[in-house]
Ligand binder design. Sequence first.
Ligand SMILES: NC(=O)c1ccc[n+]([C@@H]2O[C@H](COP(=O)([O-])OP(=O)(O)OC[C@H]3O[C@@H](n4cnc5c(N)ncnc54)[C@H](OP(=O)(O)O)[C@@H]3O)[C@@H](O)[C@H]2O)c1
Length: 364
Amino acid sequence: MSSRVPSTIFVIGGTGAQGLPVIRALVADGKYAVRALSRDPESRRAIELSTLGNVSIVKGTFADEAVLRDGFRNCSAAYINLDGFNTGEKTEIYWAIRCYEIAIEEGVKFFVYGNLDYALKRSGYDSRFRTGHYDGKGRVGEWILFQNLTNRDRMGAALLTTGPYMEMAVSAMTPMTPSVESGVVTWRVPLGDGAVPHVALEDCGYYARWLFDNPERANGMNLEVAIEHVEYAKLAEAFEAVTGHPAQYIDTDLEAYWSGPLKAAADLPSGYNADLRDKSTMSFRENFTGFWNLWKYGIVKRDYALLDEIHPGRIRTVEQWLRREDQLGRALGNGGLWERVQPENLLRSPPVLKLSEDKRKGAL
Ligand SMILES: NC(=O)c1ccc[n+]([C@@H]2O[C@H](COP(=O)([O-])OP(=O)(O)OC[C@H]3O[C@@H](n4cnc5c(N)ncnc54)[C@H](OP(=O)(O)O)[C@@H]3O)[C@@H](O)[C@H]2O)c1
């Protein structure tokens, strides 16, 4: 084991959908302790984390240099997932860069950045694919790898590039929330014949842990993960196979999509603390139009053979994910997936995203 293996890991975004499984995986066997930043240590999710044992919560916002400095200090590693749906793209880029710089200054030895694909670049700089919450992370991801060429011996760095959580396809208040139409579970999204490289949150925990456990190999790596590229006709088929209830995918044009359940949100800023009067701010409609175009036109790739090597037990198909989720829900007393996606139940259960639980409110 390397002498650079971290003991205490500073985590930003720890109470979020992504952070919870990451922290669970980090502290599962006592190898690491976690110091997690939260604006509200009294929240349900922060309290849940505290009960894990070797997790402490630091109160504060990542948009504050003194808080960052205090958070990184005496930590040997960091997992940084900034919430672009709070800040908006421009502010996220600034604070992400400052996180990297302050982490080095404070003596952190290994820095893992919660990344998303630099979509605009991958598309050949075609604005139809501009997606602020992807590009805001993806640009910084490339910048970090570039800094790492000269800084790698002082502080190692790696990217964990994820993608849309599979959980969002069976949760309330997401871009792919299903409806139930005449007894048929229905996804109406502008995907055409494309496919979404959905990720399993549980596996994100494994991948994050792998990066910290293997710093020599991980240093300079961009680990890009997904279950598989999920076509939504296949999602519906798999849902039927798992639950025994009918499901369908209806390809929807963008105009109809934005006249549907997301209509009220379409012209709001994509980041809830971003200002639409600032012309750099993207609206929901602009941001998620680019997002759906990415999947519809196959802009984002994954190396599944590499993922099989790194995580042999990974979830490999949407059907496998749905089956597992169905069983987990039953074991927790929440019912199977068919029951859970009924509108009254969907709205009653806690949303997968903390930001939805908080109704898109909170300090920058
Ligand atoms: N939705 C997806 O499918 C998906 C997939 C991959 C990546 N992402 C990216 O992940 C990020 C959001 O994380 P998430 O998906 O885990 O969402 P989430 O469940 O809504 O969690 C948001 C997290 O960000 C923290 N946070 C927000 N503003 C903060 C601030 N000013 N200071 C400190 N912490 C702050 C929250 O902590 P407290 O509320 O406790 O302070 C919480 O831990 C976004 O940038 C998004 O683009 C999303």
